[in-house]
Design a protein around this ligand. Structure first.
Ligand code: AMP
Ligand code: GLY
Length: 423
């Protein structure tokens, strides 16, 4: 079959890498893609939120399956658009409906869903511009630090964790009345701070059945020792070594099953990935967020460990037959280290030539923000490359990634030297 992947990051290059290995795939397209995807698929220049352009691309290239990488098109309803458009309704789109995507598109909705289905999460209340004062009173009742979350999509920047009460009150006002995060903060969820260690669980569901994919832990801060500004993710490790069978059973029973059953009960069409952000407090798992897609850079460590043909898995997802397929996981650990542009996550320059790609051995280099121009590979984003390695021991996998990073350079290249430091 012909397959189209929407998106342009390391996540999408990893999907393309796995799918290009499948005998089931005849022609592979990535839109808009990057220099990495161009080397194994055909890139198509379009905006992933321009559904008309996606439709044209699907028809022109006889696409049978579309995999949606990022959240924006999902939250805007690309799955509903496909279902309602006669020329597209038989195309296998992998991604939840708009109602399903609201689990990521609205923090308030996610919290209400968890409450409704008894899924453990931090206590919370939601406030609007007309209830700023009530929000401040609520803050006074909580213990620091205070967690303020913009309700809508804010490109991963909409969560503030503040230790000072007055500053928290001020930020609440900035979010609600001064649109600190634009429309996304016209509602704010204030929640109890959970003190623990984070991990993520990935689930593939057809809306009835599910498969639990490997766990992963990402490193969001720019600086070593988890310091400095938040980024999209600076590296990841899979599996998460501290997740034993007991914790995994709690996660499955208390979180994964009620989530899938909740979708079913509420008659939400959901054929795609659920990325569950968790925090472990004294060995008890709590949900901090849902994402309705795979993570980046988590995909770069999760997908390389899946041995089952990905196209078979996704086809079963679309046909709601995931219960009939076995998923085989590589026992080895996977690690990835992100190489980013100097200055990221604040201002940075693009267009720097990347050298040394041909010297990488053993590791896999997934392109995140790159483009090919006149035979050269140039940086084209904050996150530029993800260097993934596999080994029985995650520490050795990390060593392989770092050894290969030595061979790669571009002007002002930056990375964290301590991925996995806390494991
Ligand atoms: P979110 O976008 O909801 O994942 O939040 C971003 C980050 O804020 C998370 O990865 C956590 O590190 C942190 N965070 C969110 N909610 C809480 C909470 N209730 N307690 C502690 N940390 C939190
Ligand atoms: N790495 C976090 C995310 O993809 O949201």
């Amino acid at each position: 079959m012909n397959i189209l992947i929407l998106g342009s990051g390391g996540r999408e290059h990893t999907f393309a890498y796995k799918i290009s290995q499948s005998k089931r795939c005849s022609k592979l397209f990535v839109a808009p893609g990057n220099a990495g995807t161009a080397s194994i698929a055909t890139n198509v220049e379009l905006k992933v939120t321009d559904f008309e352009a996606v439709k044209k691309c699907v028809i022109k290239n006889n696409i049978n399956m579309v995999i949606v990488g990022p959240e924006d098109p999902l939250v805007l309803g690309i799955a509903d658009y496909f279902a309602e458009t006669s020329e597209l309704k038989n195309v296998m789109l992998i991604g939840p409906s708009k109602r399903g995507a609201l689990l990521e598109g609205s923090k308030q909705r996610a919290k209400e869903f968890m409450l409704q289905h008894n899924i453990p999460t931090a206590a919370y209340e939601c406030f609007t511009p007309s209830s700023v004062e009530a929000g401040k009173t609520f803050l006074e009742k909580l213990n620091p630090p205070y967690v303020l979350k913009a309700d809508g999509l804010a490109a991963g920047k909409g969560v503030l964790i503040i230790s000072d009460l007055n500053e928290a009150k001020q930020e609440l006002e900035n979010m609600l009345t001064h649109s600190k995060f634009g429309k996304a903060s016209s509602k704010v969820v204030i929640e109890e701070f959970l003190d623990g260690i984070e991990l993520s669980v990935f689930v593939l569901t057809d809306g009835k059945n599910y498969k639990i994919l490997p766990t992963a832990k990402d490193y969001k801060r720019i600086g070593e020792g988890d310091t400095g500004l938040n980024t999209g993710g600076m590296g990841a490790v899979s599996p998460v070594p501290f997740v034993d069978e007991i914790l995994m059973k709690k996660i499955e029973d208390r979180i994964v099953k009620p989530t899938i059953n909740g979708l079913l009960k509420e008659e939400i069409d959901y054929k795609g990935f659920v990325f569950i952000g968790l925090i472990k407090v004294n060995n008890e798992p709590f949900v901090i967020e849902y994402n309705v897609r795979m993570g980046d850079p988590e995909t770069e460590v999760v997908l390389p460990r899946i041995k089952t043909d990905l196209v078979d898995l996704l086809e079963a997802t679309y046909h709601q037959t995931l219960n009939n397929i076995n998923i085989e996981i590589d026992e080895r650990a996977a690690t990835t280290v992100m190489l980013v542009s100097g200055g990221y996550p604040e201002d940075y320059e693009k267009g720097k030539e990347i050298l040394g790609l041909e010297n990488v051995e053993v590791s896999i280099v997934f392109h995140a923000g790159t483009k090919a121009e006149n035979g050269k590979i140039l940086s084209d984003g904050g996150r530029v490359l993800a260097v993934t390695s596999l080994d029985k021991d995650f520490r050795i996998a990390l060593k392989k990634s770092y050894q290969n990073i030595e061979k790669l350079t571009f002007d002002r290249m930056q990375y964290r030297n301590d991925i996995g430091f806390d494991l």
